[in-house]
Design a protein around this ligand. Structure first.
Ligand code: FES
Length: 341
């Protein structure tokens, strides 16, 4: 079951350029082609030619049309057939089109009723093209249901164990023993916490207070902001959000979970460490390989978890522990939106 009336991240904007302007994606079980016309216009449509169901993503852009490269039918940006060899009048057929926009360096696609595609529903993200706030990005796929990936992102207590040699030392924080404050918003669950007297990575002698906050928004958008401050800052802020205080190091993340099907999920992620000086930011860049490795650790565990779920009877109970509060709230929120459709 998928949420339809929502903006999904289809890909990074740079992926489309690297693919030559035509990109094939399957989102929530629907084959989609995303393409740019000769004027730079961005379009998304059903990746299925009405003639013999060949993928239009194997086609060719010709001006403001996309040509099916099996037998030559052409389509305009509205999805309407414009021409077919041997026919004086093109057949009265069209493929479905989808609203698509590029924002925060992601390509967002609306999978529901196009009349309801409100761009103000796109959650704010950092973007990866700001040279002053560099991020590393990638996309991977999981052989797992998207809800298991949501669970993972809504309970970061696993950092201490699953990422014991990667993220945990990179953050210097104690994730499993520090419960976040969790708050439900209209279309997101917000998590925030302070890690007090944490280690400053690279200098275990220095203690810092680490602020970490993130929102996980429907249908699977994770936007994180973290910052390290001199020890004592958390207490000075009454353990609330630090506003107007210059951090030593910031960490920024934007990640998106997009269902491909009921058994496969795409994951588009970017992460960055920003120092208070350019020299520090350059030094932090050397730590990024370690952080990027953590995303593969998540995938390995979640795919292994999915294989066990596949062998588990539906009536076999799981435990509900304090760590499960965030995943539970996110599941309820998704269920509510899906039910409303
Ligand atoms: Fe596209 Fe035949 S399948 S024109």
């Amino acid at each position: 079951m998928f949420l339809r009336e929502s903006w999904y991240v289809a890909a990074w904007g740079v992926d489309l350029a690297e693919a030559g302007g035509i990109l094939a994606k399957t989102i929530a079980g629907e084959p989609i082609v995303i393409w740019r016309d000769a004027d730079g216009g961005l379009h998304a449509m059903e990746d299925r030619c009405p003639h013999r169901h060949a993928p239009l993503s194997r086609g060719r852009v010709e001006g403001n049309r996309l040509r099916c490269m099996y037998h030559g039918m052409t389509f305009n940006a509205d999805g309407r057939c414009q021409s077919m060899p041997l026919l004086d009048t093109p057949p009265n057929v069209a493929v479905r089109t989808y609203p698509v926009v590029e924002k925060y360096d992601w390509l967002w696609i609306w999978m529901g009723d196009a009349c309801k595609a409100d761009q103000s529903l796109i959650p704010a993200a950092h973007g990866i093209s700001n040279p002053g706030r560099p991020m590393r990005h990638n996309s991977i796929e999981y052989e797992a249901h998207y809800q298991l990936v949501h669970d993972n992102l809504c309970d970061l207590s696993h950092v201490d164990f699953l990422h014991a040699t990667t993220l945990q030392p990179a953050t210097g924080a104690n994730w499993s023993e520090t419960a976040p404050r969790i708050q439900s918003k209209d279309r997101a669950v917000r998590f925030e916490r302070w890690f007090e007297e944490a280690q400053l990575p690279g200098d275990p002698t220095q203690r810092v207070d680490v602020w970490n906050s993130y929102e996980f928004a429907v249908p699977g958008i994770f936007i994180m902001y973290g910052a390290r401050f001199p020890a004592g800052t958390a207490r000075a802020c009454n353990r609330k959000e630090p506003v107007g205080i210059a951090p030593i190091v910031e960490n920024i993340e934007q990640q998106a979970v997009t269902p491909i099907s009921a058994t496969h999920t795409a994951y588009h992620y970017a992460t960055g460490l920003v120092g208070s000086t350019d020299e520090m930011t350059a030094r932090l860049a050397q730590r990024m390989d370690v952080i990027m490795a953590a995303f593969v650790e998540d995938r390995d565990m979640i795919e292994a978890q999915q294989r066990i779920w596949n062998l588990t009877p539906a009536n076999k109970k799981t435990l509900f522990l304090p760590q499960d509060k965030g995943p539970f709230m996110m599941r309820r929120m998704m269920e509510k939106f899906i039910a409303s459709e």
